[in-house]
Design a protein around this ligand. Structure first.
Ligand code: BTN
Length: 245
C-alpha cells in the first residue's frame, strides 16, 4: 500500500541533490524524488551518471533514522543492493551485485546506487538513496560495460512508470528490514547475490592485476579476498581494489 510522498519532475539536475535539500527542509521519511530527465546525475566517487530522457529510472528516496550509528552506514548500501536485485529477480530479470553496489546483468552494469548521508555526532540522521537503472536505453556512447534491461532481455516491455512505482513500493515495503540488528541476515543475502562470490576473479590494485577468490564482505562492508596460492584472507576497502569483470 503506497504511503509516501512522490514528487515527479520533468527535468532535474540530480534527484539526489534535490532530495537532499528537501530533507534539510524536514520532508518526511520516504519522500521520493523522480525525474524523466536527469541532466547532471551524480555517480559514485565524484563521477557523473548519464541517463537518456524517458528511457531509464532515475529517482531518490529519503530514509530517516533515530538511532543508526554512522559506522553501520554500509548496511544502507547492502540493504538497497539486495532489494533492488531481489525486485529485478521477481520480474525475471537475473542480475548480480558487484561490490559494493552496482547492478550487473550479463557482465555489464545496468544500475548504480549513490547514497548520501547526513551525519551528526556518531549517528546518521538521514540518507538520500539514489538509484539509476537503465531500462530501455540502447546506446551508451562507447561505454563498453554499460547496458540496459532491454538490451539484455529484449522481451522486457513493462511500462516505465509502472515499473518504477512497483520498485518504489517494493523498497518501501521492505525498508524496515534495514536495521543494525538485522545485519547478519543482510550480509548473508548480500553474499549470495554477490558477483564472483566463492569464485576466482581478477582484481586490479594500484595498476597490478591478480587473481583471487571472493569470500564475501566483513562487518564493515569491506571485501574479503584470498589471493590464489595464498592462505591469507585479505580485507579491502572500496578505494583499494577493483574487480575486473
Ligand atoms: C554509480 O556511479 O554507480 C551511482 C549512480 C547513481 C545514479 C543515480 S540516478 C538517481 C540519483 N541521482 C543522482 O544524481 N545520482 C543517483
Amino acid at each position: 500500500m503506497k504511503n509516501f510522498t512522490y514528487l515527479r519532475y520533468k527535468t532535474l539536475g540530480s534527484t539526489n541533490q534535490k532530495l537532499y535539500q528537501l530533507a534539510k527542509n524536514n520532508f518526511p521519511e520516504f519522500t521520493v524524488v523522480s525525474t524523466e530527465h536527469q541532466t547532471s546525475g551524480k555517480g559514485q566517487r565524484g563521477s557523473t551518471w548519464e541517463s537518456s530522457a524517458n528511457e531509464n529510472l532515475t529517482f531518490s528516496f529519503l530514509l530517516r533514522f533515530d538511532d543508526f550509528p554512522s559506522h553501520e552506514a554500509h548496511l544502507i548500501s547492502i540493504w538497497v543492493s539486495i532489494y533492488l536485485q531481489k525486485f529485478l529477480s521477481d520480474c525475471h530479470i537475473e542480475s548480480k551485485i558487484k561490490w559494493p553496489n552496482d547492478i550487473i546483468i550479463h557482465q555489464k552494469k545496468a544500475g548504480g546506487i549513490l547514497i548520501e548521508n547526513q551525519i551528526q555526532g556518531q549517528k546518521i540522521q538521514f540518507a538520500v538513496v539514489g538509484i539509476g537503472l537503465n531500462v530501455y536505453q540502447k546506446n551508451f556512447q562507447g561505454l563498453k560495460k554499460a547496458t540496459s534491461i532491454q538490451n539484455e532481455f529484449p522481451e522486457f516491455s513493462k511500462g516505465l512508470k509502472n515499473f518504477e512505482m512497483n520498485l518504489i513500493n517494493f523498497l518501501f515495503e521492505n525498508h524496515k528490514k534495514l536495521k543494525p540488528e538485522n545485519k547478519n541476515n543482510l550480509y548473508q543475502s548480500y553474499n549470495q547475490q554477490l558477483l564472483g562470490f566463492q569464485k576466482i576473479n581478477t582484481f586490479e590494485q594500484n595498476g597490478v592485476c591478480f587473481s583471487g577468490i571472493i569470500y564475501g564482505i566483513d562487518e564493515h562492508g569491506r571485501l574479503l579476498v584470498k589471493r590464489e596460492k595464498s592462505e591469507v584472507i585479505e580485507i579491502f576497502d572500496i578505494k583499494e581494489i577493483s574487480l575486473i569483470y
